[in-house]
Design a protein around this ligand. Structure first.
Ligand code: FMN
Ligand code: COI
Length: 335
């Protein structure tokens, strides 16, 4: 899928989707962390048919894999975010809609997919409440608040290419205010935990913090009322040199202490990677670039094919490792 995407995409767009911050050390480290792990399978467990279904914060899913929020799907394929959502519905997968989506959340929701909505915390809290209300009204079932972006990462490919904004004809459709004007996504290094506490009080939806790596921040997140945590370094696009997410996962899981679900993203490419992340304590995982590659390569159908392939791969891997359900995956299965 990645090679098909590379062939299909304009090189500037390819660089935007594929690239990371700085030297891209963290981008590479995320995948390498999975390369370093090996599975220690159990035998003769009599698993029979596997059951991959799981429920996270009240949302049922066919497998413990969600679609990570990623910007600008219409730059990958004309099917756009609605195409990705269609694939999600057909496969029973949850899609996290990005605040930087190029289609309105109402149109994405019209596909019938189960959606969560991602938000960069906005210093204009009245506007933030307006966006949250819109996501709620469209039927999104959780808010994913991205906390790793006090400033935008330095993506050197984009700087070299002069890729600083969406081309004409595209807009962040969920950044429109009540008058219909499109606002820019603000990144504000002044924001602190009090902002999260107020956001928590402004909505009945579960609030999931995305971009936690330090165990002390996992404890703070729980203390400030977060309902879930996503261990993420933004796919290596923010702080280059940040720890690989798989290496950060066990510390965050220990700090969360079972009080809230812990999810992880970054570098997952195969069923074996999903198995390893679940065994090391994740309740579910998210996929970023694999979805974009599949979308660029084949639109909604491509994303559906990728998700079905991954599901088959995970099911097969679980059979070979002696696990019937995600809950059977424990840290002793990973070397
Ligand atoms: C092109 C691109 C756009 C992204 N846009 C967003 C975004 O709008 N909001 C967000 O919270 N994360 C965004 N992310 C980060 C993803 O949600 C996720 O953390 C990351 O892609 C996971 O790593 P992976 O690509 O290796 O699977 C983006 C990632 C990529 C590659
Ligand atoms: C709107 C952009 C900041 C989205 C993006 O590229 C990212 O979050 O990585």
């Amino acid at each position: 899928m990645r090679e098909k995407a590379r062939a299909a995409l304009d090189p500037v767009r390819w660089d935007f989707f594929a690239g990371g911050a700085g030297e891209e050390r963290t981008l590479r480290a995320n995948e390498q962390a999975y390369e370093r792990r090996r599975i220690v399978p159990r035998v003769l467990r009599g698993t029979g048919a596997r059951d991959l279904r799981t429920t996270v914060l009240g949302t049922e899913m066919a497998m413990p894999v969600l679609i990570a929020p990623t910007a600008f799907h219409r730059l990958a394929h004309p099917d756009g975010e609605a195409g990705t959502a269609t694939a999600a519905r057909r496969t029973g997968t949850v899609m996290v809609v990005s605040m930087a989506a190029t289609q309105p959340v109402e149109e994405i929701a019209a596909t019938g997919a189960a959606l969560w909505f991602q938000l960069y915390p906005q210093p204009d809290e009245a506007f933030q409440r307006y966006v949250v209300a819109r996501a709620e009204a469209a039927g999104c079932r959780a808010l994913v608040v991205t906390v790793d972006s006090p400033v935008l990462g330095r993506r050197e490919r984009d700087l070299r290419n002069g890729f600083t904004d969406l081309p004409a004809g595209f807009a962040c459709e969920n950044m429109r205010d009540a008058t219909g004007a499109v606002l820019s996504i603000a990144m504000d290094p002044a924001l602190g935990w009090d902002h999260i506490a107020r956001l928590r009080e402004s909505t009945r939806l579960p609030v999931v913090l995305k971009g936690i790596l330090h165990p002390a921040d996992a404890a703070e997140a729980v203390r400030h009322g977060a309902d879930g945590i996503i261990v993420s370094n933004h796919g290596g696009r923010q702080l280059d040199g940040a720890v690989a997410t798989l290496d950060a996962l066990p510390g965050v899981v220990a700090a969360a202490g079972g009080r809230v679900p812990v999810l992880v993203d970054g570098g997952l490419r195969r069923g074996t990677d999903v198995l390893v992340a679940l065994a090391l304590g994740a309740d579910a995982v998210l996929l970023g670039r694999p979805v974009l590659w599949a979308l660029a390569a084949g639109g909604a159908h491509g994303v559906q094919q990728m998700l079905e392939t991954l599901r088959t791969d995970l099911d097969h891997t679980m059979a070979l490792a002696g696990a019937k359900r995600p809950a059977d995956l424990t840290p002793d299965l990973v070397a």
